[in-house]
Design a protein around this ligand. Structure first.
Ligand code: URA
Length: 433
């Protein structure tokens, strides 16, 4: 078999066989197949597409390029959840304790934030002592006995994805649905869970800008899951404005604790209840979504969901004092209030710009190597549909460096579109697939 022929076949719109896809991935990881040949194939896939079968075969070939976590010895259905990333998206940290408190077993490998979106690991590391490096034996023990674990990906999990993603990034082939779907699902399948809930976001703050594109990606991922024997569902959800009011790591964990204490913002609580009920269905814990929702509401009201978060923190070396008293979180010492330049309704609040403003305060990273300030970020006071007068406080910025406020404020003000008319209310959940 020759890589040349594989590229030619895809260029000529032929369906690649499983053997051809396996050959490509195996030899690309070892370096026999070069970056320039892989770039040509990626562009052919981008332009000519990949069938459902090709995409599933690519996913499995990528899974087999590295370590696979075997959770089969753990009883019950092991659950995982993935979000395509958003601004203020702290849903995993609410959902996972809620589902575990309901008797689910959640095994989650997470990533770090990059650009305007945040990452679950960065948020967790704002808890003093919290350790995201969990070895495989401990990972399995926590899934079996505590029902929840959230850890960083090991170096050798889907190495093919790391190499291919880096190449896609510089060859204008990132936004190809089959390549995105295979990239995300390969990491989920290698993590060992039996059932996967995907939160595929669309809108200004998301990777997919329209509901149609998000649905196409969701369908591609659900079909990979089904073809590879994983029970998979996807929620198509709007990321128009940030979720909740907090953007930034420690600030977001404080909001997580609010929701788990049966308070917190409605949009975030609603999304978590809906996604949580879908997870209970996937896990066969409560197949009736309405009853699942009720069960989760009870676990928020009786404190059991919050206790599960505390247990997660203790199990992974974190200091539970901040969970018991969220005021103990270290928040960046400098504060700057951003005031409204005019009167009217907030007609739009651009999540991507809010994310960039938060990054500028120090809460995010522009490149993978950047350090972040866990206490920095934004607390929004005003969101879409709210009425403001000129000079009212829209949001408070937190940072460790005074000089960062000028740019962060400028970008945040661009995020607010204030008009005479009130925007129509749009439901966050567009569809469940
Ligand atoms: N996230 C991933 O993990 N892979 C992609 O290709 C895009 C987003």
């Amino acid at each position: 078999m020759r890589m040349y022929d594989i590229i030619k076949n895809k260029r000529d719109h032929k369906e690649l066989s499983k053997d051809e896809i396996d050959f490509f991935i195996e030899n690309y990881v070892t370096g026999e197949v070069t970056d320039y040949q892989t770039s040509a194939l990626l562009m052919a896939i981008y332009l000519n597409g990949f069938t459902e079968v090709e995409t599933s075969n690519l996913t499995m070939a990528m899974v087999n390029s590295g370590d696979v976590i075997d959770l089969t010895m753990i009883d019950g259905i092991k659950l995982d959840k993935h979000s395509t990333g958003g601004v203020g998206d702290k849903t995993s940290l609410i959902l996972i304790p809620m589902v575990a408190a309901a008797g689910g077993k959640v095994a989650k490998l997470s990533g770090r934030g990059l650009g305007h979106t945040g990452g679950t690991l960065d948020k967790l590391e704002s808890i003093p002592g919290f350790n995201i490096e969990v070895d495989e034996a401990k990972f399995k023990d926590l899934v079996q006995n505590a029902g929840l674990v959230i850890a960083g990906q090991t170096q050798n999990l889907v190495p093919a994805d790391k190499k291919i993603y880096a190449l896609r990034d510089v060859t204008a082939t990132v936004d190809s649905i089959p390549l995105i779907a295979a990239s995300i699902m390969s990491k989920k399948i290698a993590s060992g869970s039996d059932a996967i809930l995907l939160d595929v976001k669309y809108g200004e703050g998301a990777f997919m800008k329209t509901a149609k594109d998000a649905e196409e990606l969701a369908r591609a991922m659900v079909s990979i899951g089904k073809n590879l024997g994983r029970n998979t569902s996807a929620a198509i959800t709007l990321m128009g404005e940030p979720l909740g009011y907090a953007v930034g790591n420690a600030l977001e964990i404080q909001e997580v604790i609010e929701v788990l204490s049966n308070r917190g913002p409605d949009d975030l609580r609603e999304l978590c209840l809906e996604l949580g009920a879908q997870m209970l269905k996937l896990g066969n814990i409560e197949v009736d979504v309405e009853k699942g929702r009720k069960l989760l509401e009870e676990l928020l009201a009786n404190g059991k969901a919050l206790s599960k978060l505390r247990e997660l923190v203790v199990n992974q070396g974190g200091d539970p004092a901040v969970i018991d008293n969220p005021k103990k979180f270290t928040i960046s010492p400098l504060i700057h209030e951003v005031k409204s330049p005019k009167e009217g309704y907030v007609f739009d609040l651009d999540a991507e710009k809010v994310g960039i403003s938060s990054l500028i305060t120090g809460a995010g990273r522009e490149t993978k190597a950047d350090n972040i300030d866990h206490g920095a970020g934004i607390l929004l006071k005003i969101k879409m549909g709210d009425y403001v007068k000129k000079g009212d406080v829209l949001a408070t910025l937190y940072s460790s460096h005074e000089n960062l406020f000028v740019k962060a404020e400028e970008v945040l003000l661009e995020a607010y579109d204030i008009q005479d008319k009130k925007p129509a209310k749009v439901s966050i959940i567009n569809k469940i697939i």
